[in-house]
Write a new protein. Sequence first.
Length: 143
Amino acid sequence: MISETERITIDRLVNEFWRLGYFTLRRRYGTFLPEPGRVGKFKVDIVGRQNKRYAIGITLGKEDFSKNNLIEKLTYLASRHTRFSNKPVTLIVGVQEILIDDVKTILKQLDDEIRKNIKLIRITENPNAVKQKSKNSREILFS
């Protein structure tokens, strides 16, 4: 059985895929789209396409940091290329805000060539929340 929070984080990552201009081809826990297969020995959450560029999306939670193969997983998935055109596949990693610093320290351990293919996305609790300036810091336009 799937947890509801995992479904919600994947839904939010799909929204980020759309915001970046990717068309979702496969996704986990989807109603109409098929589930993506394994890439190597790792599960992926989303596969998307933008024109002729492809992207793989994964979400990381607290349980992923307790596993020893997180660096191996990120390295393997970020080093993928398309089959015929040999173009690099972008790895989009969705992370909750409280874990973002931990992921950044892990990404610093990777090679520069691999790090270029990774895009880190912050998954917020409330995606509709917009950071606004406080009312006291408004500039007066007319006097």
